[in-house]
Write a protein that binds this ligand. Structure first.
Ligand SMILES: [Zn+2]
Length: 143
């Protein structure tokens, strides 16, 4: 069994942090509040992530931030054994999560037995501080 995701290992100096932009600011501010926001097109109802100025489905510009349940399933994943930088603890799980609203995001699975990770696992968002940002990551639901 190998468990990854001790929060003290996810907030070490030298680990990369996302750069907040005017466009992505509502998403990052919500993460600090423990909320997962996603843009939704008010014309065609598509969920848009990562943040955009226009809908990637219909090109409409009426995008609004809405709250996601943060519940989803594991759509795809890989286990990383070779760190991109020495600050990364390995192995870790890089995952594409399918949120229950039907949109996808790239993230990590934390506090999990890596040997038990499989496509279709139910997941729940959790929020992990790193520097002055808070990153949305996922735990296995019910664990
Ligand atoms: Zn649209």
């Amino acid at each position: 069994m190998s468990t990854w995701g001790d929060p003290s290992l996810l907030d070490k100096p030298g680990l990369p942090v996302p750069r907040e932009t005017e466009l992505s600011k509502p998403h990052w501010e919500a993460c600090r509040r423990g909320e997962l926001l996603v843009q939704q097109c008010q014309d065609c109802s598509a969920y848009i992530f990562t943040p955009e100025f226009a809908c990637t489905q219909c090109l409409g510009d009426r995008l609004e931030w809405v709250t996601s349940s943060g519940k989803g399933t594991l759509y795809s994943f890989t286990v990383i054994h070779r760190p991109q930088r020495p600050e990364f603890e390995v192995p870790y799980v890089a995952a594409i999560v399918e949120l229950e609203e039907g949109w996808h995001m790239l993230s990590n699975i934390v506090d999990c037995d890596i040997d038990k990770v499989q496509v279709g696992l139910p997941l729940q968002v959790c929020f992990v501080p790193r520097g002055d940002v808070v990153l949305p990551m996922f735990k296995i639901a019910g664990d």
